[in-house]
Ligand binder design. Structure first.
Ligand SMILES: [Zn+2]
Length: 90
């Protein structure tokens, strides 16, 4: 499960196929498109939100970047604490 920031909920990412353009392109290219699309679908197509179709899904409701910021904040808090300890010792 992934978190969709646009739907504000956990969703099961899916690979969607736009069937109408797919069928039209198949007919136009004599079904060459079916082979090209099959390769694209298997190797390059990324999973998206089944509700709104967004590609940018997060691992958790906190998102990817805020958790990184939290880590940086914790690291700087530790540095400040160490600095204070040093000053106290002196
Ligand atoms: Zn969504």
């Amino acid at each position: 499960m992934k978190y969709c920031p646009y739907c504000n909920r956990m969703v099961k990412p899916t690979k969607k196929v736009a069937w109408i353009p797919f069928i039209v392109l198949c007919l136009l290219t004599g079904f060459m498109w079916a082979f090209i699309y099959a390769i694209y679908y298997a190797f390059f197509k990324s999973k998206q939100c089944p509700i709104c179709g967004a590609y940018k899904l997060w691992d958790s409701p906190e998102g990817n970047e805020p958790s990184l910021n939290k880590k940086i904040t914790n690291a700087s808090v530790d540095l400040v604490k160490k600095g204070i300890n040093k000053i106290n010792k002196d």
